[in-house]
Design a protein around this ligand. Structure first.
Ligand code: NDP
Length: 304
């Protein structure tokens, strides 16, 4: 099997380089063509380059881990966000339909408006609150038009590479005695490693049973708020020997109205992942477990 991986240096893309390797030859591309094999274009802003790459590589599977993920900046740059998150996935889906390739794509909890307190199901109507959410939804719709697709919709991703919430919290807890963290937004922190492992597992099964193709919610199990997430992080980090000034009880809960952001965020990002677990015979581990593993990984290499 030949796999084309786009966005190989992002949080999820980095883990996919590892997890997909068991399935076959992985051509891993990043935005900068000068870093890619044979000068292949991996830039989602370059439509002809992307089409040319797919034609030249002739992959059996295209895994798109590239995305415009600057949620607040997308409000000022909706065209850029739309190009990367909606138009480029449409190009990928069209090319894949022509060549018969399978497409894997990642969606976001931000396609929902965050109303209520029930976990969102795949059949629930999306209603994004932000430019980022609208661009992600348009990308989902484009990829879903390719007959052979897997869309994993996830939430609150963190990985060993790049900036993310737990890394920011650890830095702040080293600098300050006390922190205020939003306690009225709910979801499940999901590790990039878990998403990458599940992607490989699903592709392995899809090769035998193509009828499993479709959209699936995919997040670690359990629910917390950003506040509960920070408390759990500090508790675990201290147990591992991190010298943090802020203790878990010094994480103060605050309403999101205390932290106005440019883009509106959904309050309820809970995702019902039972379809994925039932159809693929998987168990999604508790979010705290992924956090433990992440902390152990970055404790060995704190500046990664
Ligand atoms: P990251 O921001 O860590 O990685 C995104 C990658 O996309 C980066 O490597 C970036 O490269 C690349 N990229 C951006 N623009 C382009 C472009 N024009 N051409 C090629 N590559 C580009 O994202 P994650 O790994 O966290 O996200 C993976 C997927 O999961 C995305 O689809 C995202 O929408 C989705 N998701 C993420 C969530 C999160 O909390 N992070 C939550 C829910 C869903 P560069 O470094 O060069 O900018």
């Amino acid at each position: 099997m030949k796999l084309l991986l786009l966005g190989c240096n992002g949080q999820v893309g980095w883990e996919l380089q590892r997890s997909l390797a068991v399935l076959g030859d992985v051509v891993a591309l990043q935005r900068d063509a000068s870093c890619n094999p044979q000068g292949l274009s991996g830039d989602l802003g370059d439509t002809p380059g992307l089409e040319d790459t797919i034609t030249r590589v002739q992959p059996d599977v295209i895994v798109n881990a590239a995305a415009y993920t600057a949620v607040d900046r997308a409000e000022a740059e909706p065209d850029d966000s739309h190009q990367i998150n909606a138009l480029a996935p449409a190009v990928i889906a069209r090319s894949a339909t022509k060549t018969g390739a399978f497409v894997v794509h990642y969606s976001s909890d931000y396609v929902f408006d965050g109303g209520g307190d029930q976990p969102w199901q795949e059949t629930d109507a999306p209603s994004p609150l932000s430019a980022y959410g609208r661009s992600k939804l348009a990308g989902d719709e484009a990829v879903a038009r390719c007959p052979r697709h897997l869309i994993l919709r996830t939430s609150w991703v963190y990985g060993v590479r790049g900036g993310n919430f737990p890394r920011t919290m650890l830095r702040l807890a080293q600098e300050r005695d006390q922190l205020s963290v939003v306690s009225d937004q709910w979801g499940a922190p999901t590790s990039a490693a878990l998403l990458a492992d599940i992607t490989a597992h699903c592709l392995h099964q899809l090769a035998r049973n193509p009828a499993l193709a479709g959209l699936y919610h995919c997040a670690a199990s359990g629910t917390t708020s950003w506040h509960g997430y920070a408390q759990q992080l500090f508790q675990q980090a201290r147990a591992l020997g991190w010298a943090l000034r802020a203790t878990p009880d010094k994480v103060l809960p605050v309403s999101s109205s205390h932290y106005p952001t440019v883009a509106r965020r959904p309050a309820n990002s809970r995702l019902d992942c039972s379809r994925l677990q039932t159809r693929f015979g998987l168990r999604l581990p508790p979010w705290q477990q992924g956090l433990t593993h992440w902390l152990q990984s970055i404790s060995e290499s704190p500046s990664a």
